[in-house]
Design a protein around this ligand. Structure first.
Ligand SMILES: [Zn+2]
Ligand SMILES: [Zn+2]
Length: 422
C-alpha cells in the first residue's frame, strides 16, 4: 500500500489565536476552510507546499474535537496519509487485523473520502487515510472519427472556467460536484471544442472557441487556460486557417465565436479564416446585435460584426443545409435560436450539441444551465432529442466537456449514460 503525507491535523480551541501564530508569525497561507457538519468541526487549511496543516475547531460541545481539547488540550491531533484507493487500503489493513475506527470510507473535507485507523493499532498516533476527490482529466488532444464518407476532427481552444452553480441551474452542488469538482471559487473547468467536418471536398469548422481577444480582467474571471489553443490544435490536425472553406456558428456567444475574428496587421479586426464563408442564424444575429442587460456580456460585437463588414457572412434560417449533409437544427432554450448542427453520411448521424448538452454531465433532462434564457424550451428539446439520440445512435459532440469530446448516448435498465468515443 502506497501512502504519502497529505496533512497534519491540529486541534485548536481558539482559531483566531492559532492563526495569529501559524498565519501571521510563520507566514503560512490560508488555502480554504470548510465546515464538516457530520463531525461538528470547522477545518481551516494552511498551505505548507506538498502537504497542509489542518486546523480543527469544534462547532458544537459534543464534537469529537471538543472532547479531545477538553481531555488533552489543543495540539497535534492526527496525521493524514493520501492513498489512491481507500477501499483497497481498508481491505489491506483488515486483512492484517488492524483495528479501524471507520470500516467504511466516509465523506471528508473537499470532496475526499476518509477513514481513521484506531490509535491503539498505530502506536498512539491517530492516522487518517484520505482518497482525494477525483481531479478532472483535461483532454486537449485532437480526436478523429469517420462517419460514413465524412471525416470529423475534434479540436481544442483551451479551457474556460465558469461558476458551477450557473452551469447546473437548479441542480444542487451536492449532485454535480463529484462529476465536475469545482475550484475554491466554485468554478468548474470547461473545454472549448470546435469541430472540423471534411465532406465533399470542403473543410468546415463549427464554432471556434473564445479566440485570443479576451482582456486580462475577463481572462482572470474565467480562469482562461489557452496554453494549448486552436492554432496548436489545427496544426496537430494538419489543417491551416487558409484551408477552412466554411465556418458555422451554433450561436454567437463569445466562448463559441470569439475565434471567428482576429486582430489584423493594421490593428483592425479581420476574419480569422481568410478564405472562408461564415454562416450564422438570422434571428440569432438579430438578438446578438440588439443585446439586452441579460445577454450583453455574452454577445461581444467584435466577434461577428467585422464578418458582416468584410462581406463574408451569410445569414440563414432554421433547418438550413449549409453544405450537403450538414444542417442547422433549432434547439432554442439557451438562446431563442440556439442551433445544434447535424452531420449525416452513409446513414449515420453526428450532432454537434453546442450549449444544449454543454458537457456529458448535462445529459439528464432537467440538468439545464442557469445561463439559458428559456430553460423550459431547453427541457422540452432535450426530452425529445435524448430519445431520438438513443434510438438512432447519434454520435454526440460535447463542446464544453473538459475530458470527453464525443460519445453515444445509451440507455440500459431505464438509465442513460454516455459511451465515450473521443
Ligand atoms: Zn452560449
Ligand atoms: Zn458556451
Amino acid at each position: 500500500m502506497k501512502a504519502i503525507l497529505d496533512h497534519v491535523g491540529i486541534a485548536v480551541s481558539d482559531l483566531q489565536a492559532s492563526l495569529a501564530f501559524f498565519k501571521d508569525v510563520l507566514g503560512l497561507h490560508v488555502e480554504a476552510s470548510e465546515t464538516i457538519v457530520s463531525q461538528r468541526v470547522r477545518a481551516t487549511f494552511l498551505n505548507t507546499g506538498q502537504s497542509t496543516l489542518e486546523m480543527l475547531e469544534a462547532t458544537a460541545p459534543d464534537s469529537p474535537i471538543a472532547r479531545f481539547v477538553e481531555k488533552r488540550g489543543p495540539g497535534l491531533h492526527h496525521v493524514a496519509l493520501r492513498v489512491d484507493d481507500i477501499a483497497a487500503a481498508i481491505a489491506h489493513l483488515k486483512s492484517r487485523g488492524i483495528r479501524l475506527i471507520d470500516e467504511q470510507p466516509r465523506p471528508g473535507a473537499e470532496g475526499a473520502l476518509v477513514a481513521f485507523i484506531h490509535p491503539s493499532a498505530s502506536h498512539g498516533v491517530l492516522v487518517e487515510l484520505k482518497q482525494p476527490a477525483p481531479k478532472v482529466e483535461m483532454l486537449t488532444t485532437v480526436g478523429r472519427h469517420t462517419l460514413g464518407e465524412v471525416e470529423l476532427i475534434s479540436l481544442s481552444d483551451g479551457f474556460i472556467s465558469l461558476d458551477g452553480g450557473a452551469m447546473f441551474g437548479v441542480v444542487p452542488r451536492t449532485l454535480w460536484e463529484r462529476r465536475l469538482p469545482p475550484d475554491d471559487s466554485n468554478r468548474i473547468p470547461l473545454g472549448m471544442r470546435p469541430l472540423i467536418v471534411r465532406t465533399g471536398g470542403k473543410t468546415v469548422i463549427i464554432d471556434a472557441g473564445c479566440g485570443d481577444k479576451m482582456d486580462a480582467k475577463s481572462a482572470q474571471i474565467y480562469k482562461l487556460d489557452r496554453r494549448y489553443h486552436l492554432d496548436h490544435s489545427l496544426a496537430e490536425a494538419g489543417v491551416s486557417a487558409e484551408d477552412i472553406d466554411i465556418v458555422i456558428a451554433s450561436h454567437l456567444h463569445f466562448d463559441h465565436v470569439g475565434g471567428f475574428t482576429a486582430v489584423g496587421k493594421d490593428g483592425s479586426l479581420v476574419p480569422r479564416f481568410p478564405k472562408a464563408k461564415y454562416f450564422a442564424h438570422r434571428a440569432e444575429w438579430e438578438d446578438a446585435t440588439h443585446p439586452h442587460e441579460r445577454n450583453r456580456a455574452s454577445y461581444l460585437q467584435e466577434n461577428f460584426v467585422p464578418l458582416k463588414d468584410a462581406g463574408v457572412l451569410t445569414l440563414v434560417d432554421d433547418a438550413a443545409e449549409i453544405v450537403p449533409g450538414v444542417r442547422y437544427r433549432r434547439s432554442g432554450g439557451h438562446t431563442a435560436n440556439h442551433q445544434v448542427v447535424t452531420i449525416e453520411s452513409g446513414g449515420r448521424t453526428a450532432v454537434f450539441t453546442a450549449d444544449m448538452y454543454p458537457t456529458a454531465v448535462h445529459i439528464p433532462d432537467p440538468w439545464v444551465m442557469g445561463y439559458d434564457l428559456y430553460p423550459m424550451d431547453t427541457l422540452a428539446f432535450k426530452r425529445a432529442f435524448a430519445q431520438e439520440a438513443v434510438e438512432r445512435e447519434y454520435l454526440l459532440f460535447f463542446e464544453h466537456d473538459p475530458s470527453m469530446a464525443a460519445g453515444y448516448l445509451r440507455e440500459k435498465d431505464g438509465k442513460r449514460f454516455v459511451e465515450r468515443i473521443i
